[in-house]
Write a protein that binds this ligand. Structure first.
Ligand code: NDP
Ligand code: 2IT
Length: 446
């Protein structure tokens, strides 16, 4: 490791003990930025890198609620307000038993760079709870969301902090959260994104992350004169991002052969067409069942407790969770001639896996660039809310596509190597940093 990065990281680790995912996210950025900051001393003197790694505010609160048996349950609630240099805090809420301060800080940190890359005026934030929606009734989820918002509402607002969905938080949860916010404030405002279309949502927001990840893959492929047509794709996850990545990739002529959940993956060599995808959406979003049921329904193989990275593919789209591709998985992908990875999930590849991609010069789009389409359309939802207008599907999709093309161009601008290949890690990190850093310089030591 570069000794300057090592020194920087030793301070980060000392100040933020036991937050491994946060250290991982900061280190990845530091490897791109420490050399860049050395060449641009104005950022170094103002300690922008150090300041950007310290949240502006962390809110931690109790979320008590009553389950269906009348028993009291207590969860932890969090909101990390990471950086507001270029706009109000913006980022999702995650409800998952693994949620901790370190996980949310890594997500909030990534969000700062990602939101900057979208070109829209959004700062970075993230929040959530260790609440596990699995196996809970709709009423339990509602009571939990109401209790969560009963504290969160005083910290957020359409010009302050605008949460949205993430793992375990979809349309149902956003509805319950919005209802409670409106009741407490007596105000109908765009305080959350991912809202239903009848009550202030934007068309294409549910699709945006998955579509955007595929648009980003398309842009990377173009740099090698390739397209998605006829490509075999493996996807992990079967939630929001995985579903719409499958839809768009299939529409553009690729064949998606895997989906997964935390229990295992299915392998469908014939491809997951629109009828099969409709089954997955109903299974996951309404029945809240397991992906195994796909294998039973369509008579394909199911691999309990495994991830799909051993399946031969041209392109992989990790769309489940952090650190789901390790070094060994990455080597298997490369040995199987996978040459493009576009990350729908946040930080799905370990640092060792990223090394393997970079050494082998495969097309690698890191999450903060490749999955920025979701928050970008959240930004467009905020714009429509402010104007009290609703844009058409075509209009929003066109804007989303253009934003993904622009993000790709930014990565090329800042990530082009001497041999002509593009290091999208450096491109996304430096490209996301510059705007935030310049805004911080202009605003003084705050
Ligand atoms: P969902 O809750 O809709 O789906 C998550 C999927 O990932 C499920 O299939 C889930 O399986 C699986 N999963 C979750 N945790 C694990 C785990 N620890 N191990 C294996 N599988 C797991 O979430 P999203 O689709 O919204 O989010 C997926 C990823 O995309 C996350 O990394 C998120 O941060 C990122 N992302 C999401 C955006 C959005 O707009 N929603 C925007 C940008 C990034 P199971 O049902 O078994 O839990
Ligand atoms: O990680 C992410 O970018 C999200 N979960 C979406 C955030 C948002 O505000 O739409």
């Amino acid at each position: 490791m570069d000794p300057r990065v090592e020194q920087f990281m030793s301070q980060i680790i000392a100040k933020n003990p036991a937050e491994e995912e946060f250290h991982q996210a900061v280190q990845e950025v530091a490897e791109s930025l420490v050399p860049f900051v050395e060449e641009n001393p104005k950022y170094k003197h103002a300690k922008i890198l150090e300041r950007i790694a310290e949240p502006e505010r962390v809110i931690l609160f109790r979320v008590p609620w009553l389950d269906d048996k009348g028993e009291v349950q207590i969860n932890k609630g969090y909101r990390i307000e990471m950086n507001s240099a270029i706009g109000p805090y913006k980022g999702g809420l995650r409800f998952h038993p693994t949620v901790s301060l370190g996980i949310l800080k890594f997500l909030a940190y990534e969000q700062v760079f990602k939101n900057s890359l979208t070109t829209l005026p959004m700062g970075g934030g993230k929040g959530g709870s260790n609440f596990d929606p699995k196996g809970k009734s709709d009423n339990e989820v509602m009571r939990f969301c109401q209790s969560f918002m009963t504290e969160l509402f005083r910290h957020i607002g359409p010009n302050t902090d605008i949460p949205a969905g993430d793992i375990g938080v979809g349309g149902r949860e956003i509805g319950f959260l919005f209802g409670q916010y409106k009741r407490l404030r007596n105000e109908f405002t765009g305080v959350l994104t991912g809202k239903g279309i009848e009550w202030g949502g934007s068309l294409i927001r549910p699709e945006a992350t998955g579509y955007g990840t595929v648009y980003f893959a398309e842009e990377m492929l173009k740099t090698r004169g390739q397209s998605l047509k006829g490509k075999i794709i493996t996807i992990s996850g079967s939630g929001n991002v995985a579903q719409f990545a499958t839809e768009k990739a299939t529409e553009l002529g690729a064949r998606v052969v895997t989906l997964s959940d935390s229990s295992g993956y299915i392998y469908d060599p014939n491809g997951i067409d629109s009828d099969k995808l409709a089954f997955v959406m109903e299974l996951k979003d309404i029945k809240r069942g397991r992906i195994k049921e796909y294998a039973e329904k369509y008579g394909v193989e199911y691999f309990e407790g495994q991830r799909p990275w051993g399946v031969k593919c041209d392109i992989a789209l990790p769309c489940a969770t952090q650190n789901e591709i390790n070094e060994e998985n990455a080597k298997t992908l490369v040995n199987n001639n996978c040459f493009c990875i576009s990350e729908g999930a946040n930080m799905p590849s370990t640092p060792e896996a990223i090394e393997v991609y970079l050494e082998n010069k495969i097309l690698y789009g890191p999450g903060k660039a490749a999955n920025a389409g979701g928050v970008a359309v959240s930004g467009l939802e905020m714009t429509q809310n402010s104007m009290r207008l609703l844009w058409t599907r075509q209009e929003v999709d066109k804007k989303l596509k253009q934003i993904m093309i622009n993000i790709h161009e930014t990565c090329v601008k800042y990530g082009k190597e001497k041999d002509g290949t593009i290091n999208y890690v450096n491109g996304a990190n430096i490209g996301g940093f510059v705007k935030v850093a310049d805004a911080m310089l202009a605003q003084g030591v705050v």
